[in-house]
Design a protein around this ligand. Structure first.
Ligand code: ADE
Length: 238
């Protein structure tokens, strides 16, 4: 079973979105499990504080390293586990599909969710957390980011997806965005009475032409909206 341990000031935010759909089914079927550790249980002094002002001044509060260490030490150590410790932060390395694939093959992920302005850097360095960002924007905390990372990761565990072959053609698998999809009705009449049909090739039954059309659409779309990704693809082919 894939083991997830979340260190957070808001344990009630879990499993959150992870209890729905195919990921929720995997949770019920015990393909993975989530344990939350409440950082407030490890607060310091009689006020049980978990954060303090930044040395050097500046806005916001910083999560204390001693609190993070105590929370981490409360986790039962299991021998011979392939485990990763991740701190979610906008100043981390950008998460990618490749990284999700690597994480999905582990036995355990321990995730530290920041709130406030950040976490004392000593906790990250000394306790061995890898800093990961889910994108170039700033959220109010790491809890939603953790659910994004976990959903992306858990769907890659064998047995979680109903149609595992869909992993082969999805966006990013070859530095290309996925081609557009269409379904019934064949001709859709919108609320203004305008008719929109499906690209003819898709209903032709000609598998070779469909494959070619889809690849063309993928390339066209990637060049237009993700030229950075297309450059990566071309560099890989050289
Ligand atoms: N916490 C706040 N913003 C974040 C981001 N972009 N990625 C990961 N964790 C975060």
């Amino acid at each position: 079973m894939f083991n997830v341990i979340i260190l957070t000031a808001y344990p009630e935010m879990f499993p959150g979105s992870l209890k729905y759909s195919l990921i929720g089914k995997a949770l019920n079927e015990k393909i993975f499990k989530i344990e939350t550790i409440n950082l407030h249980d490890f607060g310091i002094d009689n006020r049980k504080s978990i954060d303090d002002e930044p040395f050097g001044g500046g806005p916001g509060m910083i999560l204390r390293p001693d609190v993070v260490e105590k929370a981490l030490l409360s986790i039962a150590i299991k021998q011979n586990l392939n485990s990763a410790k991740i701190y979610l932060t906008p100043s981390g390395a950008l998460l990618s599909q490749g990284k999700l694939g690597i994480l999905s093959k582990l036995d355990e992920i321990i995730i530290l969710c920041g709130r406030f302005e950040g976490v004392d850097q000593r906790a990250i360095d000394i306790l061995g957390f890898e800093e990961i960002s889910i994108g170039d924007y700033v959220l109010a905390g790491g809890e939603i980011a953790a659910q994004v990372l976990l959903e992306g990761c858990i769907r890659l565990i064998p047995g979680v997806l109903g149609h595992p072959e869909s992993l082969l053609e999805e966006s990013f698998s070859d530095n290309l965005l996925e081609y557009p999809h269409y379904t019934r009705p064949n001709v859709w009449e919108d609320s203004l009475g305008k008719k929109h049909d499906v690209p003819e090739v898709l209903t032709s039954g000609h598998h070779g032409n469909i494959k070619k059309w889809r690849l063309n659409k993928s390339v066209e779309k990637t060049k237009k909206i993700r030229p950075d990704l297309y450059i990566k693809k071309e560099q890989k082919q050289d």
